[in-house]
Write a new protein. Structure first.
Length: 532
């Protein structure tokens, strides 16, 4: 028995020492470089200050983009097969009282060719609505299958979440919280951020990179008056074009390449320390870029991001190797942010800010102060109550209570969890539950002593009879905390985390550690009367 007691003491002591070591980085920054086990306890937005964003993903735009791609492929296939097409465009139509995106196709004759093409694998996701024919012109309306639409929208939100998470990670915000809210929203919390507007610009940028040829034969002035040649588009540049003295560019509508082939993008410095973005393409992208530049030597290639022309350099020669650059009179921060967005990829659908709040650090400091004061006051009152009411046994309960707090905070540091203001409330509640468990045990022991049992028998029976009640109450609270974490958001999760680990630590300290203390006191010191 005494040997078992010794090994338990060593184990409990080792756990306590390890927990204290986990908390050292939260108390001092003077840690050896080899200590990588834990970090300083992370503070949430409400304690540290920062920015809260609720974003909505316009997932319907992803469906529009997908249909536009299918429309372009369908137009090319119909042209290759010699089908005389009068009109092929994406439109909104009413289907059973619901507004849906559709492809409208008008053609004459060759109905069999069109039906055969639409039944092929490339266009199998399209559903044909009832067609009409008038004057030899057949009108077809094609919509996506409803399940496919929902899949595209759901994937768009998932991809947007992942891309935004990558951008924020590269932006350098520590301990960000990025979670999905409902079907098409996401919650972003950025503690300690110093430049909220820069973060908003980085998060919300669609970052669709395109390469198009400049129409050198077109007249920009006429295009500005509304006379845009067929097959061209008019876009504006980020800066004035030194060739024309204008910010407007007349470009070929066809996109030669997009940013999907970008492998890496970095901030670089030019000849006069002017920042620019250097990017590297994938193997497929490098071959495509080499073909594009080789076929268009002497022409201007516009580099476009979100419909803004950043630069339109002359292609002087074929460019092999897949290395290129984007210039545009950037500041260092602008070039760095552009590189981040290109590395993370373009958003599959635009995002809009539904709610934005900024929490100042002074409010966070005030919350920390009040939270610490509340824990100290509650702990001191509990400690004195237990000592006055239960005497020496109350000191044992107080030691378990302090160890409970240490273990809970140590777990937060170990798993890099975030401590929030509701989390402090969860910690206070777990302190109350810990006291409750010790009171149950002590009252049971007192009952056994009143029945005339020996100290050892009273302790054994006291723990035995209190065990089921403690486990029942603590397990139900743990289950509640799990569900709060699973289905809750932000503050609710912060409360659930500390409550879960606080109650888990309570079971260990109240049931096992205090029992070891009682056993040690009665077996090793031969106590004749229990102070309780």
């Amino acid at each position: 028995m005494q040997k078992s007691l010794r090994w338990k003491g060593i184990l409990y002591g080792a756990i306590t020492v390890f927990a204290v070591l986990l908390l050292v980085p939260s108390v001092t920054s003077q840690m050896p470089p080899w200590w990588k086990v834990s970090e300083k306890i992370h503070l949430g937005l409400d304690l540290r200050g920062g920015m809260y964003l609720l974003l909505g993903v316009e997932a319907g735009k992803a469906v529009e983009s997908y249909l536009e791609q299918i429309r372009s492929d369908l137009a090319s296939n119909l042209k290759e097969q010699g089908v005389p097409v009068g009109k092929i465009e994406t439109v909104k139509i009413d289907v059973k009282g619901e507004s849906r995106e559709a492809i409208l196709v008008e053609f004459s004759g060759a109905k069999e060719k069109v039906d055969r093409l639409l039944s092929s694998r490339d266009f199998s996701k399209l559903e044909q609505l009832p067609s009409s024919e008038q004057g030899g012109i057949t009108k077809l309306q094609l919509v996506l299958d409803k399940k496919d639409e929902e899949t595209i929208e759901r994937d768009a939100v998932d991809r947007a979440l992942e891309i935004i998470r990558n951008r924020i990670d590269q932006f350098g915000v520590s301990e960000p919280e990025i979670t999905r809210q409902g079907s098409g929203q996401m919650l972003i919390q950025l503690p300690g951020i110093k430049d909220p507007q820069r973060a908003i610009d980085l998060i919300g940028k669609t970052a669709l990179l395109e390469f198009k040829l400049v129409d050198d034969q077109g007249n920009v002035d006429e295009a500005l008056k509304g006379h845009i040649p067929e097959g061209d588009i008019l876009l504006y540049g980020r800066s004035v074009d030194p060739r024309t003295g204008s910010r407007a560019y007349l470009l070929k509508q066809k996109t030669l390449m997009t940013g999907e082939y970008i492998k890496d993008a970095r901030l670089a410095l030019g000849q006069y320390s002017q920042p620019y973005v250097s990017f590297e393409l994938t193997d497929i992208g490098a071959k495509l870029f080499e073909q594009i530049t080789g076929a268009n030597v002497g022409k201007n290639l516009a580099i476009i991001l979100d419909n803004v022309v950043y630069s339109a350099p002359v292609i002087k020669d074929r460019i092999p190797g897949g290395h290129a650059m984007i210039e545009g009179k950037f500041s260092s921060d602008e070039a760095r942010d552009l590189a981040i967005t290109l590395r993370s990829g373009s958003l599959p659908a635009p995002v809009k800010i539904l709610e934005q709040r900024t929490v100042g650090p002074s409010l966070g400091e005030d919350s920390i102060h009040k939270g610490i004061v509340s824990i100290i006051i509650s702990a001191v009152l509990v400690v004195f109550f237990m000592i006055i009411y239960y005497k020496l046994s109350g000191i044992i309960a107080d030691v378990a209570l302090i160890l409970n707090i240490i273990l809970t905070l140590a777990v937060l540091a170990l798993f890099r969890a975030t401590l929030t203001l509701p989390g402090i409330a969860g910690l206070v509640l777990s302190v109350g539950m810990a006291v409750d468990a010790n009171i149950l045990i002590h009252e049971r022991i007192k009952e056994e002593l009143r029945l005339g049992k020996t100290i050892r028998a009273a302790i054994d029976q006291g723990y035995h009879r209190a065990f089921s009640a403690i486990i029942d109450s603590n397990l139900t609270t743990i289950i509640a905390a799990i569900f709060l974490y699973q289905f809750g958001t932000g503050p609710v999760k912060g409360f659930a985390v500390t409550l879960f680990w606080g109650i888990s630590a309570n079971i260990f300290t109240a049931v096992f550690v205090t029992r070891w203390m009682f056993d040690y006191m009665t077996l090793w010191t031969s106590v004749k009367k229990l102070s309780i």
